[in-house]
Design a protein around this ligand. Structure first.
Ligand code: NI
Ligand code: MN
Length: 225
């Protein structure tokens, strides 16, 4: 599995010949550099919740014939009403897709579209493919529900928000990595806006002090697991 950081909470995940885009917010990212949203293709778009910093570029990237949008029922219905294809899920539910096994899991946050439409309840995903499991937390507070993920999956990577203010900060993300029983963490949802700027060295130190590894990627940089 190849995971490319597209900035903020946006990811491109390649599994075999399938491309999954997670929470695309590229064209509006003030830190965006040379990622051209028009060149991004997706077989699937996974959306953790409806907030604009996770959905801004969905309609630019999604091909009405070829792309399946996966999210909670309300988010998927919103896009289906605009003519896009979707696969609705809800919390605790899992489905086997042609790229792998995907479970929609709990998150503590909110979810509304920029136009005020209801975006259901926010979530995260556990993705299992090619003998690897990755937890994509989405925007969330630290929650004991994360212990269920640690009990049920043998994670290779936990992708956790670390920017604080709107989500967990670094200290809570260290605890989240205990709860999900995964010491290999990719941080996201930081530095994009003033409220979520972090000290990278401090963040890495707090993880390494607990014998954990925090990876922070440059926009466009890739991680293989
Ligand atoms: Ni959000
Ligand atoms: Mn967000």
């Amino acid at each position: 599995m190849n995971i490319r950081f597209l900035g903020h909470a946006a990811l491109e995940i390649k599994i075999g010949n399938k491309i999954l885009i997670v929470d695309p917010f590229i064209s509006g990212n003030p830190k965006q550099n040379n990622i051209n949203v028009d060149q991004i293709k997706a077989d699937y778009i996974l959306l953790t919740h409806a907030h604009q910093d996770h959905t801004l570029d969905v309609e630019k990237i999604a091909n009405k014939q070829k792309t399946t949008i996966i999210s909670n029922f309300e988010v998927v219905t919103y896009y289906q009403n605009k003519g896009f294809q979707g696969h609705p899920m809800n919390h605790g539910g899992a489905w086997t897709f042609d790229f792998g096994y995907l479970k929609y899991v709990n998150a503590i946050h909110t979810s509304s579209f920029a136009d005020g439409s209801y975006g259901g309840q926010p979530g995260g995903f556990v993705l299992t493919a090619k003998d690897k499991s990755v937890y994509i937390a989405g925007d969330t507070a630290l929650t004991y529900d994360m212990k269920l993920i640690g009990d049920q999956f043998d994670l290779d990577l936990a992708i956790l928000p670390i920017g604080d203010n709107f989500t967990m900060g670094i200290d809570d993300a260290v605890l989240a990595s205990d709860f999900v029983k995964c010491n290999n963490v990719l941080g996201y949802h930081y530095d994009t806006f003033g409220f979520i700027e972090i000290d990278h060295n401090m963040a890495k130190k707090k993880f390494s002090e607990k014998n954990k590894n925090l990876t922070l990627l440059e926009i466009g940089e890739e991680l293989k697991i």
